[in-house]
Design a protein. Structure first.
Lengths: 217, 217, 217, 217
DNA sequence: AATGAATGAGGCTTCATTCAT
DNA sequence: GATGAATGAAGCCTCATTCAT
């Protein structure tokens, strides 16, 4: 059951059809965020989209299918936000700080959807894979950076990059989930600061000033 | 209708009744671990317990109710395992190392149930609260220790104990979930080592040798 | 499925057994009156009798069976109350007045059970027959009296005794049901007075004084 | 959840939908009349309507809900039949005679439904209220007429209109139920005649001839 | 393209009754 | 005689999905 959004077989939609489809996706996004995937009924979605029940199946094969479409949009935006404005050639600390802050911002924007993804991943293999792929991407990026920094003598050489990256990503990921997804209350600035601080200390990064000298006390 | 597991009104069961109830709970534990909560049907549980369908309702009101009973046992054991053998008066590093290792061992033992808890917590408020309470307990303990260490001058004084504790617990919690709950592959010894290492470095702990001298290089 | 109360095959009960059985019947009477037959569960009865579930089936075959036992007692008492103190050789009016009043008193005493009978009679042939037999007894008695009075020239000769008796019994029966069974509010003295009045006028009875003279104005 | 028959929020049905709904109501009417409310299963209704099981729940929430719809139709027709052709300015006797006869005709037409109402009223408060409201309407009308006649000097002034009206309505109501609802056998003409006769005599009505003179013997 | 009616598989739950002790 | 655990038939109801316009 391939998604209608499968780029291999792009469906030809009239302008009106595309609009209806988009309305459904937007409605689904709202409904899922509010009720969760399990609780949401097809009817809730079509009602929210002001469409007839049967219209749903003109564009989607199943609830999973429209969720896929919802995530297509959201995950793309989520990833875009993370890449956006990433400093080139910045020192490690600045980079980590930027990445963490972007993550928090992006997560806050899509907290509803992320919570849904967290839910669906617990019982659906496909979305478990999607959820994992998002994480793996971060782990891989972090791992790459860490290895580089180790190689360049910018941080401790004595730990396994992969596990450490996985640990730190788990930290960011899950803390953010409980905070923004589930409603733990924390001060945003402090969170960003401490989060970066843990990374920096865990990696044993030497903070370099603008002149390249190590300014660790 | 109150749960049959309500500690306020403990039902008086004959030996036989208690045995059947226990068989159902054990069966439910297995079935939930294998199929997940959502996928599991009452019938799966009674079949696994070799009981008639209606027997289920002699002891439990609903799938949620028996899950509660399953968790009654498992969470208690989980927490017991964490407390077990905790060194008294050990230095911080040894303590952290112990706690992390115990956590991993306990989690491995109950990985199935923990995965179920993770699932149910995404759509059921009661179990979301349970899941959170387990976490909060760890956060609180960590926070308490950290504050002590800060006060005693054993670790960095410059960070907020609560957020840092929450971050590190999130790390352990979620890494363990993806590793033991979802099947990421990692080397157990290495995980324990790096996990503790991140804590130690994040907290800026001074590792003391047996003679009490700071042996940080 | 014959009742355990079947007089043809009287069960031999020990003193203790008879007591338990009686406790169950009494409990059933209360429970049925409070919840109605349909709503009442066997469990409600045994609980009210402070007996174990299975004990019920030591003495009764089914819910219908114990209801039969409940009615055995109650209908007998109901009929006894009606016969009790019936004046011999009284004039028709006094007789009618007495019968109506006794009916109201007896009904009030057993209103709960009568309501149950009314309910059960709507779906169970056996109890429909019981309910009808109670009524038929009254109709027959009234019809007999009326025919006598017609023959004796004490009332109008121009109406069919059977239908008129059935009409007047329906009136008493059903008015009493809605009043005492369902909770319509009326003044008891007034009801008795008007009820008798309708009978007297409907039958065209000549009220005789103690000296036997017609005292109709 | 409000009933689909809620007049406040009338559902917009297509012609086809309305037809299916009507088929279900008609089927329910038949099934209830034949089996009684309690014995009837949803499946019996959908089978009789030649519809799938789930179709029932497209239009109704429960067995009670469709019964409401059945009664919506039937009670309305029942009441219409009673009003139909009521003589204006007729003398009391003619009016009573007309009302009684119409009642018998209307009841005969809807005997099945009335028996169902009698059943459901014994355990369901809503329908108990409906059943009572039908009766109260008659009592109120009778009471009004009686009071008028008393005021106009057309009948005895010495009795309480409300109780007497309630008594006479109980008579008609319940006699008719046992006769047409439960199958007592009586001659229709004779019933109507005696029924009216009891009313007339109970009320002490003076039968006026065409010239307005009292023609009571 | 859009509609909304129709479907029916599937799981839950009750509780009268039976059983083993 | 008394117990209380065990049973399973029976019917309800939901809702994703299909169908016919």
């Amino acid at each position: 059951m391939t998604s209608r959004t499968d780029p291999i077989a792009p469906p030809k939609l009239t302008r009106k059809g595309a609009a209806t489809r988009a309305r459904l996706v937007a409605a689904a996004s709202r409904v899922f965020a509010e009720l969760g995937f399990l609780q949401a009924r097809i009817t809730d979605i079509t009602k929210a989209a002001d469409a007839a029940n049967g219209t749903f199946y003109v564009y989607f094969d199943s609830k999973e299918d429209i969720l896929r479409a919802v995530f297509d949009d959201i995950i793309a935006d989520f990833l875009d936000m993370l890449r956006e404005g990433r400093p080139v050639d910045a020192d490690p600390v600045a980079l980590i700080d930027h990445d963490n802050k972007r993550y928090l911002v992006a997560y806050r924007k899509h907290a509803g959807a992320m919570r849904v993804l967290e839910q669906v991943a617990t019982f659906n293999d496909e979305f478990a894979a999607l959820r994992r792929s998002v994480r793996d991407r971060f782990v891989a990026r972090a791992e790459r950076s860490i290895a580089q920094w180790q190689h360049a003598g910018l941080c401790d050489p004595d730990f396994a990059p992969h596990i450490t990256a996985a640990l730190l990503v788990a930290m960011v990921d899950n803390f953010t989930y409980t905070w923004l997804g589930l409603g733990d209350s924390h001060d945003a600035d402090q969170v960003a600061k401490e989060m970066t601080s843990v990374w920096v200390k865990a990696l044993g990064l030497n903070r370099r000033g603008p002149d390249g000298r190590d300014d660790t006390p």
